[in-house]
Design a protein around this ligand. Structure first.
Ligand code: NDP
Length: 241
């Protein structure tokens, strides 16, 4: 029986590559998106992967969205918490709305998505939860106190939930991407990319979304049941820990 997978932010960027990789691995996949309906519908048309719209920062919306996905595809076996945003500013200029938006979308979303799903996974004695954190949660980054805090907290959440869930056949892992070639990174000015970012990456290039997706598919497999509470860094050698 094919596993059912849900990917938040699964219709664009890294999430779209993850949705495609899980489908290629034989899963029945659903992708959730926030509001870019044009991108979501064209992704659905191209891939046949159904898309569902809700805000991962809203607990009730997540519970309702999960019910909708499960009614369409069946109980969710694999959850990829990929949706995330940035609202960059150095702390002395950062506004409370910038702080709140990132904490709510990047961190609260893990509670909002996992809490309604975990009971079912425990009852079925199987689950794979993969949280997409960031290199900047591991090492910090100027202009990203909000984002680095949320992404670092994702790693603590991952380990605590891994401990709680291990004896139920549920694994919980995190992936920390480095700089990946998506719209989020395309917003970086070209001179900053050439002169500041690329020289920091030992392999000398940006990562591709498919390189993160490969890691997700590995951790999502039935055969990965002995890997839990781990952090997989996929960053071209930029940060080793
Ligand atoms: P993109 O901006 O390209 O895509 C983000 C996706 O998340 C979109 O599908 C978007 O939906 C969705 N999303 C955003 N906010 C919400 C929300 N409130 N509710 C539901 N869905 C939401 O991001 P990337 O692909 O670049 O990044 C994906 C993940 O990887 C993020 O968690 C990011 O922090 C992390 N990451 C990215 C890196 C990079 O270099 N790109 C590096 C390290 C980590 P919609 O299409 O509707 O807007």
């Amino acid at each position: 029986m094919a596993r059912v997978a849900l990917v938040t932010g699964g219709s664009r960027g890294i999430g779209a590559a993850i949705s495609r990789a899980l489908a290629a691995a034989g899963c029945r996949v659903a992708a959730c998106y926030a509001g870019n309906a044009g991108a979501a519908w064209s992704f659905q048309d191209q891939t046949g992967i159904p898309v569902f719209q809700w805000d991962v920062a809203n607990f009730q919306a997540c519970a309702a969205g999960i019910r909708e996905v499960e009614a369409a595809l069946g109980p969710i076996d694999i959850l990829v918490n990929n949706a995330g945003i940035v609202r960059d500013a150095t702390l002395h200029r950062m506004t409370k709305p910038q702080w709140d938006a990132v904490i709510r979308t990047d961190l609260d979303s893990l509670f909002n998505m996992c809490q309604p799903l975990i009971e079912g996974m425990r009852a079925r004695r199987f689950g794979r939860i993969i949280n997409i954190s960031s290199i900047n949660g591991q090492k910090g980054q100027i202009g990203q106190t909000n984002y680095a805090a949320a992404k670092a907290a994702e790693l603590g959440f991952t380990r605590a939930l891994a401990l709680e869930s291990a004896r139920f056949g549920i694994t919980v892992n995190a992936i920390c991407p480095g700089y990946i070639n998506t719209e989020m990174v395309a917003a970086v000015p070209a001179d900053v990319m050439q002169n500041s970012i690329l020289p920091q990456i030992p392999v000398g290039r940006l990562g591709q979304p498919e390189e993160i997706a490969r890691g997700v598919a590995f951790l999502a497999a039935d055969e990965a049941g002995f890997i839990t509470g781990s952090t997989l860094s996929i960053n071209g050698g930029q940060h080793m820990c």
